[in-house]
Design a protein around this ligand. Structure first.
Ligand code: AMP
Ligand code: ZN
Length: 475
């Protein structure tokens, strides 16, 4: 809280628990505790994963700008997360270690560093986020599992310690999923010793050759998939937290299991607002290595795009709406952001960086405080910057708000072309040079003809602040 009594503006979020838009009220005035499920660091985070973190960053920015101090945690899963849905499949860290002929520890180090670097490139405020690693919280996970066993919510069998879902009547309340009936009817490869297919591991007994294992009251082994989030969030943020985020794939199993563990142990509400982002898809398919459609931030940068183009691309869609990625759509976002940066530079010059309040700033804040409506916020920004109606100082004031909320470096746009196509074919370079010459001699008809020829060759040329900007439109 920044000095004095915090009187927060009204902010509304869709809470997955109720399925409704609700007025946000923090437990403690001026403070928000925010936990986001982090990646399993057995490989790079793809651009679908990164959507989840730009979403939680936008959320934190809205709260921060409204005067809250936001305590943020993104956990790093470096143990015990199985490849299958539920309690099945191979351990992902073991998959990563085998692939790179390395150790789980080295794999985790490498991909944690890469993940945090990606977030930083996307203007996510990593200095104000804690990134706890599951392997550093084994003691806390064991203690929580022990509490659950002592309270009668868990039973010990040959392969580990299982959570007894029949003892938690609210099981499946998130998303109102009848997991007990569903799992009972489904062909889930359950452990025959488990009392019910919906029951899940709190602790798994070590199998011969397991690379990661620790001592526990139930013998050597490793923690189950879900217990780390319950243990780390209560250790770092307290037993009741304000907001928990993640992708919508986590609603059914992972988050319902987190709720069951945390609420059974504490007897209190675990999370007051659950918020979930919809998926990023590629041509209606999920992003996956096996479909060979997995794209990473480094691929985007290698094609010459500024990383913030990806952030702009995400913000064009509401976080609860599925978003389909294509290189053409990304190129469109690049052109839009380039223009926005140009407009921002103009406003900086004309206003001499002095700000004034205006009704458009209020509108901008109102749409973001209404369940983070980033597409409406962007269109409000565009309309106002292009309008003659506002004084340069009013536009600068809007840019200050937009910069704080959207994280697009609007106050200090990078002084570089937003994208330069690497390895541009020689014939395209020749066409570009001919177009520049036509423009210089004011032969705009010829310049337009050449632009069309370039377009038909799979490239698009726009006139950026530092000269022509070339975008690939066909890949
Ligand atoms: P994981 O490492 O699979 O736990 O994923 C890390 C985060 O990314 C979780 O919050 C997931 O729900 C989220 N996520 C995974 N795939 C996508 C996707 N294609 N689009 C949006 N979010 C995703
Ligand atoms: Zn989690």
């Amino acid at each position: 809280m920044r000095g004095g009594v915090h009187r927060p503006p009204r902010i509304f979020f869709t809470n997955t628990l109720s399925g409704q838009k609700e007025l946000f009220v923090s437990q403690k005035p001026g403070l928000v505790t925010l936990y986001s499920c982090g990646p399993t660091v057995y490989g790079s985070a793809h651009i679908g994963n990164l959507r989840a973190y730009v979403f939680s960053d936008s959320l934190a920015r809205v709260l921060d700008a409204a005067g809250y101090h936001v305590r943020r945690v993104i956990n790093i899963t470096d143990v015990g997360h199985l490849a299958g849905d539920g309690d099945t499949g191979e351990d992902k860290m073991a998959i990563g270690a085998a692939r790179e002929k390395s150790t789980p520890q080295a794999i985790a180090d490498r991909y944690t560093r890469e993940f945090v670097d990606d977030l930083s490139e996307l203007n996510i405020d990593i200095k104000n986020i804690q990134f706890p690693r599951a392997t550093d919280y084994i003691r806390e996970q064991i203690a929580l599992a022990k509490t659950l066993e002592e309270k009668g919510f868990a039973y010990h069998i040959k392969n580990g310690l299982a959570f007894d879902t029949s003892r938690f009547p609210a099981y499946g309340k998130l998303g109102k999923i009848d997991l007990i009936t569903q799992r009972a009817g489904a062909r889930v490869e359950a452990d025959p010793e488990k009392r019910h297919p919906a029951d899940f591991w709190l602790w798994r007994s070590a199998k011969p050759g397991d690379l990661q294992q620790w001592d526990s009251p139930w013998g050597r082994g490793n923690p189950g998939w879900h217990i780390e989030c319950s243990a780390m969030s209560r250790t770092l943020l307290g037993q009741e937290i304000d907001i928990h985020t993640g992708g919508e794939d986590h609603i059914a199993t992972h988050h319902n299991n987190e709720i069951a563990q945390s609420e059974a142990a504490s007897g209190r509400i675990f999370v007051h607002y659950w918020m979930h982002n919809a998926f990023l898809t590629i041509g209606n398919q999920k992003i996956s290595k096996s479909l060979q459609n997995d794209i990473y931030l480094k691929d985007i940068v290698a094609k010459g795009f500024h990383p913030l183009v990806l952030r702009y691309f995400y913000l064009q869609a509401h976080y609860r709406t599925p978003l389909s990625f294509s290189w053409e759509a990304l190129a469109g976002a690049a052109i839009a952001l380039d223009r926005l940066w140009k407009l921002s530079r103009d406003v900086a010059r004309e206003s001499t960086r002095k700000s004034a309040s205006s009704e458009t700033r209020n509108r901008f804040l109102a749409v973001l405080r209404d369940d983070l409506a980033t597409p409406q916020a962007l269109s409000c920004l565009w309309d106002s910057l292009k309008s003659e109606e506002y004084a340069p100082e009013e536009k600068w004031g809007l840019l200050e708000d937009a910069d704080a909320h959207l994280g697009l470096s609007l106050l200090e746009p990078p002084e570089l072309d937003i994208l330069t196509v690497k390895d541009t074919p020689k014939e395209i370079c020749d066409l570009l040079a001919r177009r520049e010459a036509a423009r210089a001699s004011k032969d705009f008809e010829e310049a337009d003809r050449i632009r069309n020829t370039i377009l038909n060759s799979g490239y698009r040329v726009d006139d950026g602040p530092n000269g022509p900007v070339l975008t690939r439109t066909a890949f």
